[in-house]
Design a protein around this ligand. Structure first.
Ligand code: UGA
Length: 440
C-alpha cells in the first residue's frame, strides 16, 4: 500500500517508520524544511530508542521517504494520515485544531483519487466529521472516507508500543474504509493484536478517556503517597498490594513528582474543556489536573525541608530533567516547576540528564550542566533524583555522600530507600510516600 503521513513529530514519524517496516510505501511530509533535510540524511530529530536504525533500514529498502511537497506524497496514496500537533490553545484550554484543519484543506487540494483520510492526532470528539466537511467543501468531487485512528504509543518505548500494541483503534463510517485500515494494519492483525473497529466518535473518545484514566491512576497513587507520609506506610507496598488485584493492575501506580509530558497535561485539559462545553463536567479529570499541580508544589516543599527551610546559598544537584526516562522531551516536565523554584529561592543548581540537556538548556536558565553525576554532586547540599533514568539506578551512593557538603538526598522517583541512603553515609533521605530518614 502507499501511504502519505502528514507531520513528522513523535506520532507521525514513529507511525510512518513503522508502517514502512510493515512493508508499505510511506512518504512523510512536513512543512519544516530543516527537519525534512535532516530526515533525508538519516538523522532523527528526537531521541527515541531504535527509531534511527529502523528509519535507515526502511529508507535503504526504498519504502520510506520524506518530502516538503504534499502533492508528491498524495500521488497514488490509498491512505493519508494526519499526525500534526494539537497543542493546548492559549486562553481556553481547548485542543488547537488549526494544523489539523489546514492539513484537511491541503489534502482536498492535492488528492486526485479515492483516499482514506485517517486522523492520528489526538482530536476532540466530532473533529473527524469537521475534517470530512472541510474536505468536502474544498473539493466536492473528491471521493474519500474518513477514519479516526488514535495512537497509544509512549515516548521512550514508541517502536515497541507500535509494533506490539495492546490494541489498535479504528473509527470508520463504512466497510470500504474499514478494509483499507485493516489492510494497513494486516501485519498486526495476523499476529492477533486486537483491532477495535468503532464509529468515529467512540474512537476519538477512547483516546481521551484512556489518557485521562491513566493520568487519574498516577494522580491517585500520588495522593495516597502524600497520605502515607502522614500516616506511615510505604506507597510502593501499597501499590503492589493494590496492583495484584487483576481489576486494578500494577501499571501506572508509581508515585512520583507528578505527571508531565506532551500528552497527559494537554489531554486532561482538553477533556475537561470538552466536558464544560457540553455541560457534562468531567469532575474527576478536573480534580486530577488540580491535584497534579499540588503534587509538584508539594515536591518543592519537600526539597525546602531538606534544605532546612531555605534554598538560599545551597548547592543542589538535580539528576534528570526530562519528564520521564528514555526521551529528551521536556514538555510539561515536573523539572520545569521544581528547578525554577530552587533557582528562584537562591540555590545554585547543577543538573545532569543523559539526553535532555540540549532541550532543557533554554528552558531552565541559570542552571549549570554537568555530564557526570559525581561532578554535579561534589560539594552539594542536596541531591535530587527527578527522572528515573537507568543511569541513576546503580549509583555509588557512598562516593556521592562522601563528596557532598551535607549528604542529603531527595529521591522523587523512589529509586533507592532510606536503608540504602543510611548505609551509604547520607545524613538525610526523603522520597515519595515512604518513611524518610531520619524519621521525624
Ligand atoms: C502517554 C500514554 O501512556 C500513551 O499511551 C499515549 O499514547 C501518549 O501519552 C500520547 O497520548 O501520545 P507518554 O506521555 O509518553 O505516554 O508517557 P507515560 O509513560 O504515559 O508517562 C506520562 C507521565 O506520567 C510521565 O510524567 C510519567 O513520569 C508519569 N507516570 C507514569 C508516573 O508518575 N507514574 C507512573 O506509574 C506512570
Amino acid at each position: 500500500m502507499r501511504i502519505a503521513m502528514i507531520g513528522t513529530g513523535y506520532v507521525g514519524l514513529v507511525s510512518g517508520v513503522c508502517f514502512s517496516d510493515f512493508g508499505h510505501d510511506v512518504i512523510c511530509v512536513d512543512k519544516d524544511a530543516s527537519k525534512i533535510e535532516r530526515l533525508e540524511n538519516g538523522e532523527v530529530p528526537i531521541y527515541e530508542p531504535g527509531l534511527e536504525a529502523l528509519l535507515t533500514k526502511n529508507v535503504e529498502a526504498g519504502r520510506l521517504s520524506f518530502t516538503l511537497d504534499l502533492a508528491e506524497a498524495m500521488e497514488g496514496a490509498e491512505a493519508v494520515f494526519i499526525a500534526v500537533g494539537t497543542p493546548t490553545r492559549r486562553g481556553d484550554g481547548h485542543a488547537d485544531l488549526v494544523y489539523v484543519m489546514a492539513a484537511a484543506e491541503e489534502i482536498a487540494k492535492t488528492a486526485k483519487d479515492y483516499v482514506v483520510v485517517a486522523t492520528k492526532s489526538t482530536v476532540p470528539v466530532g473533529t473527524n466529521r469537521k475534517v470530512a466537511e472541510a474536505i468536502r467543501a474544498a473539493n466536492p468531487d473528491l471521493k474519500f472516507d474518513i477514519a479516526s485512528n488514535p495512537e497509544f504509543l509512549r515516548e521512550g518505548a514508541a517502536i515497541d508500543d507500535f509494533m506490539k500494541p495492546d490494541r489498535v483503534v479504528v473509527g470508520v463510517e463504512n466497510d470500504r474504509a474499514a478494509q483499507v485500515m485493516a489492510d494497513i494494519y494486516r501485519p498486526l492483525f495476523l499476529r492477533e493484536f486486537p483491532i477495535v473497529t468503532t464509529d468515529l466518535e467512540s474512537a476519538e473518545m477512547i483516546k481521551y478517556a484512556a489518557n485521562a484514566f491513566l493520568a487519574t491512576k498516577v494522580t491517585f497513587i500520588n495522593e495516597i503517597a502524600a497520605l502515607c507520609e502522614k500516616t506511615g506506610g510505604d506507597v510502593r507496598e501499597v501499590a503492589r498490594g493494590m496492583g495484584l488485584d487483576g481489576r486494578i493492575g500494577n501499571k501506572f501506580l508509581h508515585a512520583g513528582p507528578g505527571f508531565g509530558g506532551s500528552c497527559f497535561p494537554k489531554d486532561t485539559t482538553a477533556l475537561a474543556r470538552i466536558g464544560q462545553e457540553h455541560a457534562s463536567p468531567m469532575m474527576i479529570t478536573e480534580a486530577v489536573i488540580q491535584v497534579n499541580d499540588t503534587v509538584k508544589r508539594r515536591m518543592i516543599e519537600k526539597l525546602r525541608d531538606m534544605c532546612d527551610g531555605s534554598f538560599n546559598g545551597k548547592k543542589v544537584a538535580v539528576f534528570g530533567v526530562t519528564f520521564k526516562p528514555n526521551t529528551d522531551d521536556m514538555r510539561d516536565a515536573p523539572s520545569l516547576t521544581i528547578v525554577p523554584a530552587l533557582v528562584g529561592g537562591g540555590a545554585e543548581v547543577h543538573a545532569v540528564d543523559p539526553q535532555g540537556h540540549r532541550e532543557a538548556e533554554g528552558l531552565l536558565p541559570h542552571v549549570k550542566w554537568n555530564s557526570d553525576v559525581y561532578d554535579a554532586a561534589k560539594d552539594a547540599d542536596l541531591v535530587v533524583i527527578l527522572t528515573q533514568w537507568n543511569e541513576f539506578r546503580a549509583l555509588d551512593l557512598g562516593r556521592i555522600a562522601k563528596s557532598m557538603c551535607t549528604p542529603r538526598m531527595a529521591d522523587l522517583r523512589n529509586v533507592y530507600n532510606a536503608d540504602d541512603a543510611k548505609a551509604a553515609g547520607f545524613e538525610a533521605y526523603t522520597s515519595v510516600g515512604r518513611r524518610p530518614f531520619p524519621d521525624e
